[in-house]
Ligand binder design. Structure first.
Ligand code: HEC
Length: 157
C-alpha cells in the first residue's frame, strides 16, 4: 500500500472514533432504541413466541407480543414475571410488537438507563408517535397500582 493511502485510512479511522467519542448520547437516541426494538435477539414473554396478549386494563396499545432482551429476561425470574418489589437492571429492554389484524403495526418500548426508563412508540415504517421526550405520558399510566418497576403486563397476563 502507498504511504498516502495509509495516511488517508488512518485519518478516516481517527475521525470516526472521534465522532463517537464526541457524542456518546447517540447510543441512547430514539433511532438507536428503534434499532434495538427491531432486533431479533430478544426472547418472547414466558419464552413463547406464540403468546399473543390482548390489550387489558386501560391499555391504549392493542393486542401484542412482548419481547425482552437478555438482561430484562433474566430479571423476570418469577414464573416469567419480575418479582414483586423487584427492579429491572440498567440495560433492560422491553418491547411490545403491537399487532393490527395479526400484522405488526408498531413498537412500544422501554429501555432502562441509569435507573430510569426511556420510552418510545414508533410505527413499523419508522414514524415516531412518541419519543423519550414524551415519557410523562407513558409513566402517568404505567404508574398504576400493582406496577412492577413501571411494567404493567404482569397485572393482567
Ligand atoms: C392509559 C394507559 C397507558 C398509557 C398512556 C401507556 N401505556 Fe403502555 N401499557 C399499558 C398497559 C395496561 C399495559 C399492559 C399490557 C396490556 O395489556 O396492554 C402496557 C404495556 C406496555 C409495555 C410492555 C411492558 C409493560 O409495561 O407491561 C410497553 C413497552 C409499553 N406499554 C410502552 C408504552 C409507551 C412507550 C407509552 C407512552 C408513549 C405507553 N406505554 C403509554 C397502559 C398504558
Amino acid at each position: 500500500m502507498k504511504p498516502g493511502i495509509i495516511i488517508f485510512i488512518s485519518v478516516v479511522l481517527a475521525s470516526c472514533t472521534k465522532q463517537v467519542g464526541k457524542n456518546p448520547e447517540l447510543a441512547y437516541s430514539d433511532l438507536a432504541l428503534l434499532d434495538t426494538a427491531k432486533a431479533s435477539y430478544h426472547t418472547y414473554y414466558k419464552n413463547d413466541p406464540a403468546i399473543v396478549l390482548n390489550a387489558a386494563g386501560n391499555s391504549p396499545h392493542g393486542s401484542f407480543k412482548l419481547r425482552a432482551n437478555s438482561i430484562a429476561f433474566k430479571a423476570m425470574n418469577d414464573n416469567g414475571k419480575l418479582p414483586v418489589n423487584g427492579t429491572f437492571p440498567d440495560g433492560s429492554f422491553l418491547v411490545k410488537d403491537v399487532l393490527l389484524n395479526g400484522e405488526l403495526e408498531l413498537y412500544a418500548y422501554m429501555y432502562k438507563r441509569s435507573g430510569s426508563w426511556l420510552w418510545g412508540e414508533v410505527k413499523k415504517d419508522g414514524n415516531f408517535l412518541y419519543t423519550q421526550k414524551n415519557a410523562a405520558i407513558c409513566t402517568s399510566c404505567h404508574n398504576q397500582p400493582g406496577h412492577r418497576d413501571l411494567v404493567v403486563t404482569f397485572n393482567y397476563h
